[in-house]
Design a protein around this ligand. Structure first.
Ligand code: PGA
Length: 251
């Protein structure tokens, strides 16, 4: 019942020219994909060109972050409405790199989630533990903290526009993937948590993505897990070949 959602996260990669080269190459490759939702979270400056190049395809373009106010004296920030005007339809919020390098907290993530949804964007809210936290057996406590506080104040109807991404920090960009079993355990825990927050029907409909060194070689076994509904893909989304293979994991 949940349509798988494969989203690339380009992070701080690709100039406009490089982004367009990707888009023009990628377009035809996913023309026949109908059973998977596809997203690309690209740098702000490339949203417009990539969205235009991928018009009338199933590929949704989004941002990797946003600010929580609609306009004003916030030097260097980008408002959700600006993302939307440029052609973006979603934004990632609370990525671990934002938490680690840019002071993102559950509180700021929550403000961004509300602002993004209010401006009509969909949201991918990230959660995940560090290696230290996993070794201290704190994985569930950490993802609970990220999700409960990140989604605070939302009602079940708003959750139709929210995807949760579980990204263990120790698996991001390291080549270490959580095993499918380890991942499923956290996803099932998250599903239960969402059920407590929003009710069984809503929780059953929310996509929970896995992120952290997802590659063509491991995507299939991850997607075979009952509560893994897609992937948030960093490195392997930068090349049309590998992202195509991930999107077409089921073919
Ligand atoms: P990775 O990044 O696929 O390069 O590990 C995932 C992410 O940070 O979203």
């Amino acid at each position: 019942m949940r349509t798988p959602f494969m989203a690339g996260n380009w992070k701080m990669n690709k100039t406009i020219a490089e982004a367009l080269a990707f888009a023009n190459e990628f377009r035809g490759r996913v023309a026949n994909v109908s059973d998977v939702e596809i997203g690309l979270a690209v740098p702000f400056l490339t949203i417009r060109s990539v969205a235009e190049a991928l018009q009338n395809t199933r590929v949704k373009i989004g941002a990797q972050n946003c600010f929580w106010e609609a306009s004003g004296a916030y030097t260097g920030e980008v408002a959700p409405g600006m993302i939307q005007e440029a052609g973006g339809v979603f934004t990632v919020v609370g990525h671990s790199e934002r938490r680690q390098y840019f002071g993102e907290t559950n509180e700021t993530a929550n403000k961004k989630v509300h602002a993004a949804l209010g401006a009509g964007l969909e949201v991918i809210l990230c959660c995940g533990e560090t290696l230290e936290e996993r070794e201290a057996d704190r994985t569930q406590a950490v993802v609970k903290d990220h999700v409960v506080n990140g989604l605070a104040g939302l009602g079940p109807e708003q959750m139709a526009s929210v995807t949760v991404a579980y990204e263990p920090v120790w698996a991001i960009g390291t080549g270490k993937t959580a095993t499918p079993d380890q991942t499923q355990e956290v996803h099932a825990y998250l599903r239960g948590l969402l059920e407590g927050l929003f009710g069984a029907d809503t929780a059953a409909a929310i996509r929970i993505q896995y992120g952290g060194s997802v590659k063509p070689a491991n995507v299939k076994e991850l997607m075979a897990q009952p509560d893994i509904d897609g992937a948030l893909v960093g490195g392997a989304s930068l090349e049309p070949d590998s992202f195509e293979a991930i999107v077409k994991y089921g073919q």
